[in-house]
Design a protein around this ligand. Structure first.
Ligand SMILES: [Zn+2]
Length: 282
């Protein structure tokens, strides 16, 4: 499996890091986990195009995990790609209709692109046929315990505490050929995630707060620090640990040194802070 970091940032506007997005290539499938702002640009920088994506899987529907959703679907459609298979918690179906339905926010754009005669000629000149259908992502709303199989891989999921009851929030594991990748999504520590990450070859775990950084008593249990993540990953027998979802203030040299020291003492040497466009073999 090949993992490409397309967005290692947070909701904060930040040139160094796009919001959440992680590309996993397994067999013939190209799976995108989350699609926050800036992810489509980084997908292009990584040498791939929107219509290469076979599956889009959302952990949850905070904006920093889905702000580029419409951009991805529209661009893949414009490339003539097959309808994207989309999996995510409710209300991803309503959100999709809100973009691409007959009364969606993009309806006037889509009507113009498919019905305006000069636009039809442009489409035909690019090899398209008429009538030109609208984008039609194949959306499946999922719940904790959702499983999926693809070209030699199996995906599993669990619920993680983050923004309930407003948003259902999930973590995913994906296993292929005896290798296991786990993505925490945005997650407070919990037994279900500990079980899901058991024996992972690579754990990609969000980090929203550094050790010693004060947090509101309601936020602290939802935002594990590098030390806490390292201890949980070590207990679960994880082989390699990557922290992601870094915020602007966490990107100073001193903050990185402190986070890495916590990872190395609590987990071991094979731990790092993810950066956009890095590639890892799982
Ligand atoms: Zn997030």
């Amino acid at each position: 499996m090949k993992l490409t970091i397309l967005g290692s940032g947070s909701p904060e506007a930040y040139a160094r890091r796009a919001s959440s997005g992680y590309l996993l290539e397994v067999g013939k499938d190209v799976i995108l986990f989350d699609c926050g702002g800036g992810v489509v640009d980084n997908l292009l920088r990584s040498g791939r195009k929107p219509s290469d994506i076979t599956h889009l899987v959302f952990t949850h529907l905070h904006s920093d995990h889905m702000m580029d959703y419409a951009q991805l679907v529209h661009a893949a459609w414009d490339e003539g790609g097959a309808p994207l298979r989309v999996f995510g918690p409710a209300p991803i179906a309503a959100i999709t209709r809100g973009y691409f339905g007959p009364d969606g926010v993009l309806a006037h754009d889509l009507r113009a692109r498919t019905e305006f005669l000069p636009s039809q000629e442009v489409w035909k000149a690019r090899g398209g046929t008429l009538p030109r259908p609208w984008p039609a992502p194949q959306v499946t709303e999922i719940e904790p315990g959702f499983q999926l199989s693809g070209d030699g891989w199996q995906l599993a999921s669990c619920e993680v505490p983050h923004a309930q009851p407003h948003l259902m929030c999930l973590a995913f594991s994906l296993e292929s050929g005896g290798r296991k990748f786990v993505y925490s999504g945005d997650a407070g520590p919990c037994d279900a995630l500990d079980a899901l990450m058991q024996g992972a070859d690579l754990l990609l775990h969000w980090c929203y707060r550094l050790d010693g950084e004060p947090a509101h008593p309601m936020m602290a249990p939802l935002t594990p620090t590098p030390s806490e993540i390292a201890a949980n990953a070590r207990s679960a027998g994880v082989s390699r640990l990557l922290l992601t979802h870094f915020r602007v203030h966490m990107d100073t040299p001193d903050a990185h040194a402190a986070a890495l020291a916590a990872l190395h003492s609590g987990f071991g040497p094979d731990a790092a802070i993810a950066e956009d466009l890095q590639v890892f073999e799982v």
